[in-house]
Design a protein around this ligand. Structure first.
Ligand code: NAD
Ligand code: IPM
Ligand code: K
Ligand code: MN
Length: 376
């Protein structure tokens, strides 16, 4: 029987609360499988690692992540660690860089049609939205040369961040986007989003995306259009179906657009992500880190009311992309959909407060586990 080693990084704030519900799902799958088992081991990461080890990404955590078959993460950061010199978020950026997790996949689709009435968008606007944000994750403004301002020495306090992309960076993320586009039949369209009317990096981005599609994917029926990020962000909430398919974009734009996309299904806590170091085609080693797109939510941490769905759906992505268990991933997603549609004995929806429900993280986790068990 094969054993998959999954490193678990609960992190800070609501991180541990949502991760606990997702690990229950993986434990159930492990206990029911005849062919493999999943071994889960937790490590300190983020603010809690600053407290215990003095740095957000301790050496043993990094070593375990490098060895692992996959990583399941919650979220890092919080007011306790502020924006000082050593910050939890630096650990996350370092981990992404160390493992070269260049492709951040953030699907935005309705996990359940019953959520339509909860979306702040009109149902006829939100209905049928289905796109995947593919965000470049190890370059751009996050990783270029930077200078902090010195506001104490009487100078003008200049600060800068720099955005650098090269051909290779854009080519590999385009290939990954095309790989995902080819998972549907006919292939999903690519929408490349940039700011080519201002930025040199965006003009490079636009050319390399187009060249890569023309030379390697047009013959397989893949099309690409190019949009400016300001107007695309408006389209995302006014006519989001226009973006159905694969949204290909650089690091910072992808960060912002993916949080914006959570408005469509109606809650940030619903959306999962995968960060990969290569194509998840089962050929060759591909590192994968799976986490909900949201942060540590300090405003609700410790109350047991965080929505665990984004993290449970991240565990489904882990099964699909790192453990090559697509059918089990489908079952987890089906279980989540059923739970979002379900009502409790009193006739209330079985949802957390962000979706207008009265239930806690554990109630939702309990129900997902129960429904999944019946599907296995
Ligand atoms: P956030 O995503 O933590 O929270 C934004 C809002 O969404 C809050 O009102 C929060 O209560 C709500 N929310 C988020 N997840 C939820 C869930 N699962 N259930 C219910 N409500 C949920 O963003 P923020 O407040 O801007 O950031 C807080 C901290 O998290 C910061 O330190 C930030 O750097 C960090 N952060 C970490 C990650 C990550 O670990 N990948 C991602 C984003 C933010
Ligand atoms: C995310 C977060 C991170 C990012 C922060 C915490 C560094 O917002 O995962 O979306 O900007 O990538
Ligand atoms: K997260
Ligand atoms: Mn973000």
């Amino acid at each position: 029987k094969q054993t998959y080693n999954v490193v678990v990084l609960p992190g800070d704030g609501i991180g541990p609360e949502v991760v606990e519900q997702a690990t229950r799902v993986l434990e159930l799958i492990s206990s029911k499988s005849d062919t493999f088992s999943i071994s889960l081991k937790s490590y300190d990461f983020g603010g809690c690692a600053i407290d215990s080890a003095g740095k957000p990404l301790p050496d043993d955590t990094l070593a375990a992540c490098k060895e692992a078959d996959a990583i399941l993460m919650g979220s890092v950061g919080g007011p306790k660690w502020g924006v000082g010199k050593v910050r939890p978020e630096q650990g996350l950026l370092a981990l992404r860089k160390e493992l070269d997790l260049y492709a951040n996949i953030r699907p935005c689709l309705f996990p359940s049609e019953s959520l339509l009435s909860h979306s702040p968008l009109k149902p006829e606007v939100a209905k049928g939205v289905s796109f995947i944000v593919v965000r470049e994750l190890v370059k751009g403004l996050y990783f270029g040369d930077r200078q902090e301002a010195n506001l104490e020495d009487g100078s003008d306090g200049a600060a800068f961040d720099t955005m650098v992309y090269n051909r290779h960076d854009v080519e590999r993320i385009t290939k990954l986007g095309a790989y995902l586009a080819l998972q549907s039949n006919p292939p999903a369209p690519l929408h490349s989003i940039d700011k080519a009317n201002v930025l040199a990096t965006s003009r490079l981005w636009r050319r390399v995306v187009q060249d890569t599609v023309d030379s390697q994917f047009a013959s397989q029926g893949i099309t690409v259009d190019h949009q400016l990020v300001d107007s695309a962000s408006m389209v995302m909430v006014s006519n989001p179906r226009k973006l159905n398919g694969i949204i290909l974009t650089e690091n910072m734009f992808g960060d912002i657009l993916s949080d914006e996309s959570s408005v469509i299904p109606g809650a940030l806590g619903l959306l999962p992500s995968a960060s990969l170091s290569g194509l998840p085609d089962g050929k060759g080693k591909c590192n994968g880190l799976y986490e909900p797109i949201h942060g540590s939510a300090p405003d609700i941490a410790g109350k047991g009311i965080a929505n665990p769905v984004g993290t449970i759906l991240s565990a489904a992505m882990l099964l699909r992309y790192s453990l090559n268990q697509g059918e089990l991933a489908d079952k987890v997603e089906a279980a989540v959909r059923k739970v979002l549609d379900a009502k409790d004995v009193g006739g209330h929806e079985l949802r957390t407060a962000d979706l207008g429900g009265k239930h806690g993280s554990k109630d939702v986790g309990d129900k997902v586990v129960e429904v999944l068990e019946s599907l296995l």
